[in-house]
Design a protein around this ligand. Structure first.
Ligand code: B12
Ligand code: SF4
Length: 535
């Protein structure tokens, strides 16, 4: 059978989902290829390659483009259409779309084979674990795949057939699946609820399997730097990490980046990571306010622990990429500025600030929806992390200030003497492209020198700049409002829809709701109907 995976875009990260599914399909003798909506004429590719199955892999942010493309395609031809990935897993209402024949919820590694077998036999897909063909189907979710070493190495040809992906010096690998943490803005919390009693959440590959795949990757493609894409790479300095450290440093010898949780960091862990060749890590702050961080974000880490973790990496000369979220529901600018001040104190090499976005099917996203402070206009999420807050608990003035802070916070961390100018004056200016460009320059140089460092030739350097700039293009091409219109809007919208006292009450309620999570118990049973939103 001929299967075409379709993704929305290829940035600097490879899409691991389609790459692993493609490897699985190829093992069974199927043919696969990739279509990239934002890159090429996918419809043309479909008409010439003639796939039997269109396998879309999409995040929520991709759904608008996916739907536009798929609806238009359906008018011209009917190819069996299967949608998988984070969006289909969390917001299963997409199965109602008539132009989508089935969706895959959760892991697709076994399901994709069952789907191709049924389609080849001309049978319906009903009853296949993890597959839904209609909203009335009860979801039958298979157990988590236990043995990660039983999965084939990812099909890199699927992606590296695009020359710019092949020649890019940073390549991704994975070492485990799953994350045990309950962050209410993230996919994993609900994912784990969905998979409750279906196996161990975190499943690791053996070190030997990772080393073997990486060696194969290095022998076939350019690799200067490795990005380990796991949600949380290691939890403790255990035998696995010791073995990894030993073998990576002696057999792979490439610098790498990975993601960690601050409360798990120890001296010993940092030592083994450094020994292995770890160049940079991602470890988030999220919010400086203890209540917001510990309750709303469910990050049970004290400021002292956070500072200690940053100190450990400074000592071991491992650079840190730290995320902080601004504009969290019912918070104030003072909270955001406190987060900035904390970042100034701990000085991550790449301080990244983003505006909170309420993703559907996450606890905090659904809370905003139910509270009536968020209503997606077209039912689509079409924003990134650096757009104005879509929450209507903030006034326009606050949204603009949050947005400006998001752009300029990195400058304040890098050049703290500008902190007062930024938080007392600049964030209240009209959002503008100068702030955006300043942000971009600081971000790109910090990423390039401190986080994903490798030697580029001059043409590669320009290619990288263009590639990364594409990520920011949405902000850059947004039309600026004329000054008069902006001023009018600003005057009209000085005040928040919630007075400060009411907002404090609402914030407390939100903290408690997220800390207890009980509000969401009713949605956790996993059938499609349970996920319908009651307005
Ligand atoms: C690496 C990563 C990225 C990378 C690359 C993404 C990519 N091209 O794959 C980058 C950095 C670009 C990225 C960006 C963003 N990401 Co991201 N990302 C991830 C991360 C950490 C790992 C993805 C991964 O490789 N997983 C491993 C593979 C094997 O799993 P998988 O892709 O889910 O595939 C399995 C199943 O889903 C299924 N499957 C997948 N596709 C298909 C297709 C078919 C047909 C079938 C049958 C099955 C199937 O089978 C696969 C194997 O079991 C996930 C978190 C996570 N744990 O998954 C977040 C995650 C996917 N990202 C997320 C988000 C929100 C974003 C951003 C929107 C953040 C932002 N606000 O800007 C941006 C969007 C960028 C854009 N589109 O412009 C959310 C998505 C939530 C949602 N509802 O969509 C996730 C889940 C994390 C979270 N915070 O909750 N991300
Ligand atoms: S630690 Fe990271 S991956 Fe895990 S639930 Fe929290 S945000 Fe998601």
């Amino acid at each position: 059978m001929k299967v075409m995976f379709v993704v929305n875009d290829l940035g600097v990260n490879e899409p691991f989902g389609p790459m692993i599914l493609s490897a699985i399909l190829k093992e069974k003798g199927h043919e696969t290829t990739l279509g990239v909506l934002k890159k090429e004429d996918v419809a043309g590719k479909i008409f010439s390659w003639k796939p039997d199955l269109l396998a879309y892999s999409m995040m929520s942010v991709d759904m608008k483009d996916m739907k536009n493309f798929n609806d238009a395609l359906r008018k011209k031809t009917k190819i069996f259409t299967l949608l998988g990935g984070a969006h289909a897993t969390l917001d299963r209402s997409c199965v109602k779309d008539e132009a989508i024949d089935a969706i895959c919820v959760g892991e697709g590694d076994r399901a994709i084979i069952n789907v191709t077998e049924r389609l080849e036999a001309g049978k319906s897909l009903e009853g296949i674990p993890n597959i839904l063909v209609s909203e009335d189907d009860a979801l039958d979710l298979g157990n988590f795949i236990e043995d990660m070493d039983s999965l084939p190495f990812m099909d890199r040809d699927l992606v590296y057939s695009y020359p710019e992906m092949a020649r890019f010096g940073i390549k991704g690998i994975w070492a485990s699946r799953g994350c045990i943490f309950p962050c209410p803005y993230c996919f994993n919390n609900r994912y784990n609820e969905l998979y409750r009693n279906k196996g161990r959440i975190v499943r690791r590959r053996s070190v030997d399997s990772i080393i073997k795949e990486t060696k194969e990757l290095i022998s076939r493609h350019r690799v200067d730097f490795i990005r380990i894409q796991d949600d949380v790479f290691v939890n403790r300095a255990d035998d696995w990490l010791k073995e990894f450290s030993e073998k990576w440093s002696s057999e792979i010898k490439k610098p790498f980046y990975c993601l960690l949780r601050s409360e798990l960091v120890t001296e010993e862990m940092a030592r083994y990571l450094k020994k292995a060749g770890c160049f940079s890590i991602c470890m988030s702050i999220e919010a400086a306010d203890d209540g917001i961080r510990m309750k709303m974000m469910r990050r049970k880490v004290t400021k002292k622990q956070l500072e200690a973790a940053f100190g450990i990496f400074k000592k071991h000369k491992i650079n840190v990429y730290a995320n902080t979220m601004l504009a969290l529901p019912y918070t104030s600018l003072e909270h955001d500025i406190a987060s900035l001040d904390f970042a100034i104190k701990v000085k991550p090499e790449m301080p990244n600030f983003s505006i909170f976005m309420p993703y559907p099917g996450t606890d905090l996203g659904d809370y905003c929806f139910e509270e009536g402070i968020y209503d997606s206009k077209e039912g689509f999420i079409d924003y990134g992390m650096r757009n104005k807050s879509p929450l209507n608990c903030f006034s326009e003035k606050e949204k603009n200030a949050q947005y400006n802070l998001c752009e300029l916070a990195i400058v304040a961390v890098k050049l703290p003497f500008l902190r007062n100018l930024i938080v007392n004056h600049l964030i209240y200016w009209k959002p503008n492209k100068i702030f955006f460009l300043v942000h971009y320059l600081f971000a790109v140089s910090s990423y390039g020198r401190k986080i994903f460092y490798f030697k580029h030739t001059i043409p590669e350097y320009f290619e990288l700049i263009i590639k990364t700039f594409k990520h920011y293009l949405y902000d850059f091409t947004k039309k600026e409002k004329p000054r008069a219109e902006y001023k009018q809007e600003k005057d009209k919208a000085q005040s928040s829809p919630f007075d400060p006292e009411k907002r404090k009450v609402k914030l407390r309620e939100c903290l408690e709701a997220m800390a207890n999570s009980s509000l969401y118990e009713k949605r956790k049973s996993g059938s499609c109907k349970d996920l319908k939103r009651e307005k």
